[in-house]
Design a protein around this ligand. Structure first.
Ligand code: TYM
Length: 347
């Protein structure tokens, strides 16, 4: 793939990230994304956050549910600490620049690059790939457009998005190279903290996911205290006590996962957590983890439910965010038309 032609340092630091409103959000989304989005907002840089509804429809979405899930997603952002006055919060389809730039990127990205995307392979595994939508295949190109429409330089995500961000770098570099410009920044993935990959509570080798058929495998942001406690109590573990160093968790994916979750929820490192709980059995560690999870998540769930009682207000916030997003993206995409030789003569 192409070599990066420039570093993000040439551009002022700007953060962009997105979440698909394709189902209820999980503890994985919270720890890997939402919690960190709120923290980034306090670093004094531009933060732009998006509910990527056009990505969501790459697989079938019931229209009424999509609308509801988008509002739920917006409520989750706000309840997790993203302040729509300080960050830009909107849904993707309200800003046409995303789809417009995605088309240009479809003409820059190579089929060979798309063919290497593991998420497309995972999503079509065991199914008839011929029957997948063209949008699902082109998904990473729209994702690159989301980021590049704002000249964003840093993208906080969970581990599973790393390959898509590498592709974003390749698309930006190829565009710059082909047109002989230094127009797009080469984005930096920001994958940090104890919970960049929260695993299923039923299988420590699988990612916690909103699309897992088993509800017991995940903690949903809409779960109440009882549901959270039950799911953690029933979480798969092994019979050994917690070790005193992280090395002792090497071949114990379920134990490692619970330690990571505890660390991320408490703002400690995983090493601190094992040091603190060395020798503890899961019968005593799990209730502590459940108590911590409830203490962190309950206020978020309560606030989400409060916000969802006024859907018109959520729509208003998203609309206002879209106006602010459009003001940044429009001139960038107009410049792309210019660079690529498209006449723009309407007045
Ligand atoms: P999505 O909607 O699958 O997930 C949203 C965010 O949550 C993170 N995440 C996790 N982190 C840790 N552990 C988990 N089990 C877990 N599950 C999900 C994801 O890494 C992600 O950060 N393609 C993206 C959406 C997107 C996007 C973008 C992201 C579209 N355009 C531009 C960044 C920039 C996605 O499907 O995320």
């Amino acid at each position: 793939m192409a070599e990066p032609v420039q570093t993000p340092q040439a551009f002022s630091k700007r953060i962009f990230s997105g979440i698909q409103p394709s189902g209820g959000l999980t503890l994985g989304n919270y720890l890997g994304a939402l919690k960190r989005f709120a923290e980034k907002q306090n670093e004094g840089i531009d933060t732009i956050y998006c509910l990527v509804d056009m990505h969501a429809i790459t697989v079938w979405q019931d229209p009424a549910k999509l609308r509801q899930q988008t509002r739920e997603g917006a409520a989750a952002f706000i309840a997790s600490g993203v302040d729509p006055a300080r960050s830009i919060l909107f849904n993707q389809s309200q800003v046409g620049a995303h789809a417009e730039l995605a088309w240009i990127f479809n003409c820059v990205a190579r089929l060979g690059w798309m063919n290497r995307m593991t998420q497309f392979k995972d999503k079509t595994a065991g199914k008839n790939a011929e029957n997948a939508s063209l949008g699902l295949y082109a998904y990473p190109s729209l994702m690159a457009a989301d980021i590049m429409a704002y000249h964003a330089t840093h993208v906080p995500v969970g581990e599973d998005q790393k390959q898509h961000l590498e592709l974003t770098r390749d698309i930006a570099a190829k565009f710059n190279h082909d047109y002989g410009v230094e127009f797009f920044p080469i984005v930096e993935p920001v994958i940090e903290g104890a919970a960049t990959r929260v695993m299923s509570l039923r299988d420590g080798t699988k990612k916690m996911s909103k699309s897992d058929p088993s509800d017991q495998s995940r903690i949903n942001l809409t779960d109440d205290a009882d549901a959270i406690a039950t799911k953690i109590r029933k979480a798969k573990t092994d019979p050994d006590p917690l070790p005193d160093t992280l090395d002792g968790l090497k071949d114990r994916p379920e134990a490692r996962n619970l330690v990571n979750i505890y660390a991320a929820l408490s703002g400690k490192t995983a090493a601190d957590v094992v040091a603190e709980h060395a020798g503890a059995q899961f019968v005593s560690f799990k209730p502590k983890l459940a108590e911590l999870a409830v203490a962190v998540l309950s206020p978020i769930t309560t606030e989400m439910n409060r916000l969802l009682r006024d859907p018109a207000e959520i729509d208003r916030v998203l609309g206002q965010g879209a106006d602010r997003a459009e003001a940044i993206a429009r001139p960038i995409v107009d410049k792309v038309y210019d660079i690529t030789g498209m006449i723009r003569s309407r007045r």
